[in-house]
Design a protein around this ligand. Structure first.
Ligand SMILES: [Mn+2]
Length: 320
């Protein structure tokens, strides 16, 4: 183990990048690695630092027990900031015991959780990054975020959030190396719009989203209370495709369905606060021996090939 070394393991979306940037504001020499729930166990096992900071990574039902055991066995200081639902295969008290610090709340973004932990050690203005992460994850409705939004020009903040959320959708900024550069720049107190090319990239993504909406008008379908688009030509922009399908068909829930080689990948978005998509996704996908989860308004599932009809029927039934 390298002494005094710090590894940041974080999610590669806006909230994860912002949470990572806050960790890096505290530890400028830290190494940043991006991970995701399904590769978290391996990446954690490979992390070789005295201090490991984990942000915005959900524990999967399948790996949760092994991850907690791996954290406990590591002999490192582990700081874990997350807001995903804890799977039933592990107890929160066990996670807490395996970590030096475990900050968890499903109502707050990972960026807010980590900012609150380090705020005394970093410049006050880094709260912007926390707000970018919160807005990026639709988690700016918390008492903390609402109060902080009043301190600044929120239109400027939204501009910066849009720059990062949309800018990383284009190839130029979607690689882990490009995202690592963005995290570093943010951690030093710069804004997303300071990164050469990122605003332009965001604008291109906006254009593609409007084009996507036009394209979906012709192919979105609906069944019961669910709108969906099946195997649209490109795999990207799945969240907006799910949402726009719901908007086009005027349904509370939209899905973007992609048939992959060995499973069906479904991205879900909701236009209504009435439903908890993560719970619906989990119940309906398990009904067909798949898996799913996420947040109340944004979720994802993997289900076996040939089970979409049954999945959809169950999903509609659970919505009632
Ligand atoms: Mn998040």
């Amino acid at each position: 183990m390298t002494p005094m070394s710090v590894t940041i393991l974080t999610h590669a979306d806006c909230d994860g990048m912002c949470a990572g940037a806050i960790a890096m504001a505290k530890y400028p020499k830290a190494d940043v690695f991006f991970t995701r729930p399904t590769s978290f166990l391996d990446d954690l096992r490979n992390a070789d630092s005295e201090t490991i900071i984990i942000c915005d990574i959900a524990l999967t039902k399948q790996d949760a027990r092994q991850i907690v055991a791996a954290m406990a066995a590591k002999g490192a200081k582990i700081y874990y900031f997350d807001h995903h639902v804890i799977p039933p295969t592990v107890r929160e008290s066990e996670i807490r015991k395996a970590c030096t610090t475990y900050a968890h709340n499903t109502d707050e973004s990972a960026s807010e959780l980590i900012y609150r932990h380090y705020q005394k050690d970093i410049p006050r203005e880094r709260v912007w990054i926390a707000l970018y992460g919160a807005i990026g994850d639709y988690a700016d409705d918390t008492p903390f975020a609402k109060e902080r939004l009043r301190n600044w020009d929120r239109r400027a903040l939204y501009f910066e959030v849009s720059t990062i959320v949309l800018g990383i959708k284009n190839d130029e900024f979607s690689s882990y190396d490009a995202k690592r550069r963005i995290v570093k720049v943010l951690s030093q107190g710069n804004n997303p719009s300071d990164i050469p090319g990122l605003v332009k990239s965001a604008k291109e993504a906006v254009n593609r989203e409007f084009d996507l909406y036009e394209m979906l008008k012709g192919i979105a379908q609906a069944s019961g209370e669910v709108a969906y688009v099946m195997d649209k030509p490109s795999f990207g922009f799945r969240g907006p495709a799910a949402l726009f399908s719901a908007t086009i068909k005027d349904k509370p829930v939209g899905m973007c369905v992609h048939t992959r080689e060995s499973y069906i990948d479904i991205t879900l978005r909701s236009r209504s606060r009435k439903y908890r998509l993560n719970e619906l996704a989990s119940t309906a996908s398990e009904h067909v021996k798949g898996s799913g989860g996420g947040h109340p308004e944004a979720a994802g599932c993997k289900i076996p090939l040939g089970t979409f009809e049954r999945f959809l029927k169950k999903f509609n039934k659970e919505m009632e």
